[in-house]
Design a protein around this ligand. Sequence first.
Ligand code: TXA
Ligand code: MG
Length: 315
Amino acid sequence: MSEQTRLLTPEAEHVAYAAMMLAKGRLVAMPTETVYGLAADARNAQAVAGIYAAKGRPSFNPLIVHAPDLATAETIGIFDASARRLADAFWPGALTLVVPLRHDAGIASLVTAGLDTVAIRVPAHPVAQDLLHAFGGVVAAPSANPSGRISPTSASHVMAGLAGKLAAVLDAGPSPVGVESTIIGWQQGTPRLLRPGGIPAEAIADCLGQPLAAPIADPDRPAAPGMLSSHYAPGAPVRLNADHAKAGEFLIGFGPVAGDISLSPTGDLVEAAARLFDALHRADAAGRPIAIAPIPDHGMGRAINDRLRRAAAPR
Ligand code: TXA
Ligand code: MG
């Protein structure tokens, strides 16, 4: 089914229109500081089902619930001292916490894929905050891209991938962080890094005063199911750790490796994260095999390398 997708600016009347669409069970692309999200009313099962249909998501991976503040988040999930400590330190921001679900919160079971836990984030982006307040509820939102493809950090990325499949896109310019949120969950009482992302794992470990463990591997029940296999994939093949372009390749540079375009000529990992997905979209548009310079694996580099390994994974 195709519909007219309205491109909206973040002024109050447009935000109100987007909130009305959410209330009607329609899909709206919402800018956040990490990436653009494809939002639906988290309490409306049919609306949430629409997210999976629009993305062409093959299986029902659980989604992140976006709340305007910690008080609202606590009506949906159960926060122990450790979870509250992280929420106090990093919310609003690029951190998602997987906590026990309050079953009486009315969250559609498709959001959690039937799990007893729920992933919750309080986004910092002012337009996401405006939309959540105007809507007055909570929204489920994965990244606003077709399943398996490059995540969107601009309204034009969203339109290129999903136009006709959602009611509206709120255009607030490029997403400042540029990679998805860091996901932390607790298994056997231990905090674990389920997905590296916009808040460096080192900062989270510092806040908790303990190192983050790896998720417990269980092939039947992945800790963060959406994290498996090929993802963020451009149309063309991707070669990592390249210090020069081979014949015909489009080289994405970093630091001393100049490339056709650079994630950060000065070797700044925060800048590189912010430019990552746009660089992949541009390289993809060039229609040539893609090579990418080595990226140091600390701080934001960990999230960048995670996305690059998936972009390069066999499909
Ligand atoms: O920055 C972000 O996190 C963006 C913006 C839009 O907020 N959203 C995002 O959502 O990246 P998505 O759907 O692409 O990724 C959600 C991740 C998946 O890896 C999923 O498996 C994991 O969160 N997840 C969700 N609920 C979970 C749960 N109850 N337990 C474990 N992992 C969960
Ligand atoms: Mg995604």
